[in-house]
Design a protein around this ligand. Structure first.
Ligand SMILES: [Zn+2]
Length: 251
């Protein structure tokens, strides 16, 4: 009998399917939290001149980061060359450090339908984590942003204080990744169409990535007193884009 390790006797499972525009095929049977005994389970944040992850991560977690161990499914390996797998692993590790809650083994699989897909399964003690990406030879390396977005879904499954929605996932991913890693616009957050379609332009991306990141950190900080902090991000980001003289030349 074939048994899929990700569908054993299921106690509680959560998974997300990401990035099919127009489709938020998203469901969650809320997952029992794997206990994370951090003394401070709230995001602490202050805007810093470095605009770096240290300000958006739960206190004390940075020092505890240990690189996760990757295992690949056979289809994923077969979808790649050894060089591509190597580049994938290096890029993935460079992003995992911003999600220190994600520890231990991560299974990497293949999907033909989505830009990324994250799934977790927990029996209360152990959490199985699987992230899937399109075949590397056909689609190339996933963007750093998509990698971060999928890792953020695993954090959502582990951290009760982060809402489990796609828009929250985008927002927290923006707050955690430094702007240099924001190589793809957030998918579910609303933003001016001109920004989305021009995100990858060399003159645009550094400016909008900086703005998106800064506003995301402010939104995360404000969430205790502002329940509509995601809407706030959308409005504030749009206003900053519209009033930016350096962007008005290009957009
Ligand atoms: Zn997602």
């Amino acid at each position: 009998m074939v048994s899929n390790p990700f569908f054993p006797i299921s106690i509680k499972a959560t998974f997300w399917v990401a990035f099919l525009p127009g489709s938020t095929f998203f469901f969650s049977l809320r997952e029992k939290m794997m206990a994370w005994e951090a003394s401070n389970q709230e995001i602490v944040g202050l805007l810093s001149s470095e605009r770096h992850f240290e300000i958006a991560a739960p206190e004390g977690m940075i020092d505890m980061w240990a690189p996760p161990r990757l295992t690949f499914t056979r289809p994923f390996i077969e979808s790649a060359t050894p060089e591509l797998l190597d580049s994938f692993s290096r890029r993935f590790f460079s992003i995992t450090q911003y999600f220190p809650e994600v520890r231990g083994k991560i299974r990497v699989g293949m999907t033909n339908s989505y830009k990324g897909l994250a799934m977790t399964e927990s029996d209360g003690n152990t959490m199985l984590k699987k992230i899937s990406f399109p075949p590397l030879r056909r689609a190339g390396l996933p963007s750093r942003y998509v990698m971060g977005h999928e890792l953020m879904h695993i954090v959502q499954a582990k951290q009760k204080f982060i809402p489990g929605t796609e828009r929250a996932c985008d927002l927290f991913t923006l707050s955690r990744l430094p702007p240099k890693h924001l190589d793809h616009p957030p998918i579910y957050l609303r933003m001016p169409r001109s920004v989305r379609s021009n995100w990858s332009r060399e003159r645009i991306r550094p400016i909008v990535a900086d703005m998106a990141h800064d506003v995301a950190i402010e939104a995360v900080i404000s969430r205790k007193s502002n329940r509509r902090y995601i809407n706030w991000w959308e409005n504030e980001f749009r206003e900053r884009v519209e009033s930016s003289s350096s962007l008005s030349r290009f957009l």
